[in-house]
Design a binder for this molecule. Sequence first.
Ligand SMILES: [Zn+2]
Length: 130
Amino acid sequence: MAYRIPSDTEVVEAIRDVLGRYGIINSQRKLTEFVLRSLRRHDSDYAISEERVRKLALGNGLATVEIRCRDTREKTSAGACPVCDGRTERIRNLTVYGGSVTMGYKCRTCGYWTGLKNRVPTLYVFTPKP
Ligand SMILES: [Zn+2]
């Protein structure tokens, strides 16, 4: 199957269009379907991943996101935010001994957080930013 990859600009335009029309969208799959429908009005061979739509929506400040997660037993590793690629900060707690311990990580951009056991996002609710 031949398919084409739309540019960031085209995708951002499509996301803006879709959020303006539908308002709150309660799953990443739906958001991607609507965006793809909008993109395919220009080129019926366009394809896009859910992850790319999510990261462009959040990275360009088009939407805020509410994230549902499930807990895992895996250790969280420090690094970029898995939701939006934003910077994460340590969540620290002071100890009675005067030091501090890392309790987890929080993203400044989208609000995703995790404890020391990795929380894996399972559902996203997108709300258009005014
Ligand atoms: Zn984030």
